[in-house]
Ligand binder design. Structure first.
Ligand code: ADP
Length: 542
């Protein structure tokens, strides 16, 4: 017997309809590429998304055709989130930090037909457009009449000219909720990039889940600053969850330096912010010497790579801001786990609570996880045994776009490529990417642990640990370190600093001081590049 409730597809258009009706006067604030601050409301987002949908119809774009963006976090990008997907097309957000060759490859693979870009990326588009034959319309996200002369880009129009004259009474179409809504390519550190193709259903379910109290705890009382880019995994789904809750949104545009982010947080009463550790490092680096405080910021979600304990402590103890450590990936829309305490933990002493907060957290309803041994056997949840982390759920990839890379699943589970422990309470902790874990004398050393200790030293700005071949132990860890400006620490002092903080055999064999550590397009340490840079390096202990 079937239930007798109404069947209504879960569509992204319903999110913007809701925000318009119930939170129409709530502000969306953006720092523009031009440097000024732009303000309007959810009602304006809804109106202009509809104008955009008309412009796409006017180009005879078909259902599921791809519309690409190369853009910062801002109001026009937000309109594309709703106008492109709402009208049945697929929003393809491209990461502008990728190499131009890779961008052209991705645009061709996705068969993008329209490319909308911020003025900052004009030189990039000039460099790639001749290699992108499927793109028939270029749109610069700028004011009417502000298109520069002689760009050499064919079929180029200013966004405001493009949507400006369009009617705002668009009727969103209804269709199967499993239809594709947006796509995002993984960084492709191994082989060609592969695309996760999200659906209206997966996106809407993820938006509900992300807003839950034990996840981002978003509400109509929040002012939310997504520093995580809208060009990678939909800014962790925040634009959708924001429409669903009716919170205020604050977009940083291209200005991600500590000063600009701090000013925006204070000026717009930001209560909740989301970003990767490197962004928060810049923010704290700006605030500390100037003795600045937050007046409204209550919580921040940090993920994308392991959040150093020193940062969690600094936010918590120095600024009274709760850090929610989060883990996920492109293939997971991206949220998998988030770290919040359970009722039974509230009575624990602060340092016991901190031990829990340092983990990547508990699974969100909708994400099943397990750890498995090399032979595929499930491993116990004891907080000690580590294994390959597998996940499944309705917002986790089933296949890559065009079947790139073959079937990604193993018995219906997606192997994440991460190595983790899970404790009896269900708190997961990432030990490493499986390709970064250091195998020393039959034991594994977590490069994340080695890095976390290094960055807790007051003179260290950034650290990256890699394994080096060793004749006796197979591999031994070394740590590459960037010193804070003006700070001093020697190799010997840093090695001594490890004593008592980790097992003796897990202390790195050497410290290499470097000017900078290579970062990838999503702000993560590029260990492959670091290993190349260190190819002539010889272990002192080998
Ligand atoms: P890519 O495009 O490189 O796959 P993703 O943004 O999808 O990038 O990155 C996913 C990976 O990032 C995870 O599999 C994990 O290794 C790492 N990661 C994400 N969040 C965390 C975290 N909180 N702690 C440690 N590693 C993390």
């Amino acid at each position: 017997m079937l239930g007798l409730m109404q069947s209504q597809p879960l569509l992204i258009s319903s999110l913007i309809d809701f925000a318009q009706r119930h939170h129409g006067d709530v502000e969306i604030v953006s720092r523009r590429v031009e440097g000024d601050i732009h303000r309007y409301t959810w009602a304006d987002v809804a109106r202009r998304s509809r104008q955009l949908a008309h412009a796409l119809d006017g180009m005879s774009l078909q259902f599921s055709d791809r519309v690409a963006t190369l853009a910062w976090n801002g109001y026009r990008h937000l309109e594309m989130y709703f106008g492109v997907s709402g009208s049945g097309r697929v929003l393809h957000t491209i990461n502008p930090r990728l190499h131009p060759e890779q961008i052209a490859w991705i645009a061709n693979h996705a068969e993008d037909q329209v490319l909308c870009f911020d003025a900052s990326f004009l030189p990039l588009v000039q460099a790639v457009h001749a290699k992108c034959p499927t793109i028939r319309q270029y749109v610069m996200l700028c004011d009417a009449g502000k298109l520069p002369e002689g760009t050499g880009i064919p079929n180029l129009v200013a966004y405001e000219d493009w949507i400006g004259g369009q009617p705002s009474d668009y009727q969103w179409p209804s269709f199967d909720e499993n239809s594709a809504s947006s796509m995002c390519y993984t960084s492709g550190t191994t082989g060609n990039p592969k695309a996760a193709l999200y659906s209206h259903r997966s996106t809407t379910l993820h938006a509900y889940a992300a807003a839950l109290p034990d996840v981002m705890n978003l509400s109509a009382r929040d002012s939310v600053l997504p520093v995580v880019p809208m060009f990678h995994v939909n800014a962790w789904g925040i634009p959708y969850s924001a429409a669903l809750t009716g919170c205020k949104l604050v977009f940083p545009g291209p200005a991600l330096d500590g000063k600009s982010v701090y000013e925006l947080i204070e000026a717009e009463g930001v209560t909740f912010a989301a970003g990767v550790p490197t962004v928060w490092q810049m923010l704290l680096g700006h605030m500390k010497p100037a003795g600045l405080r937050f007046s409204k910021l209550k919580r921040t979600v940090i993920g994308g790579s392991a959040c150093p304990p020193a940062m969690i402590r600094a936010f918590q103890e120095d600024y009274g801001v709760d850090v929610l450590h989060a883990w996920g990936m492109t293939e997971m829309s991206p949220l998998g786990t988030l770290c919040t305490l359970k009722n039974k933990h509230l009575a624990l002493p602060a340092d016991e609570q901190m031990k829990i907060r340092l983990k990547q957290g508990r699974a969100i309803y909708g994400v099943d996880m397990k750890i498995v041994a090399e032979d595929g056997k499930e491993l116990p949840w004891d907080g000690k045994t580590y294994g390959d982390l597998y996940v499944k759920g309705p917002w986790i990839v089933a296949e890559y776009f065009k079947g790139e890379g073959g079937d990604p699943l193993v018995d219906g589970w997606f192997p994440t490529g991460d190595v983790a422990t899970i404790d009896a309470e269900g708190y997961m902790q990432i030990t490493d990417r499986s390709k970064d874990v250091i195998k020393s004398g039959g034991e594994w050393i977590s490069s994340i642990d080695v890095e976390n200790i290094a960055v807790s030293h007051p003179a260290v700005a950034m650290a990256a640990c890699v394994g080096m071949r060793h004749p006796k132990w197979d591999e031994r860890p070394i740590v590459a370190v960037v010193k804070k400006p003006g700070a001093e620490v020697t190799r010997e002092e840093l090695l001594k600093f490890y004593e008592g903080k980790t097992a003796k055999w897990q202390i790195p064999d050497d410290v290499v001081f470097v000017e900078a550590i290579p970062l990838g397009a999503t702000g993560k340490i590029l260990k492959t590049r670091l290993r190349e840079q260190l190819k002539d390096y010889k272990l002192p202990t080998a």
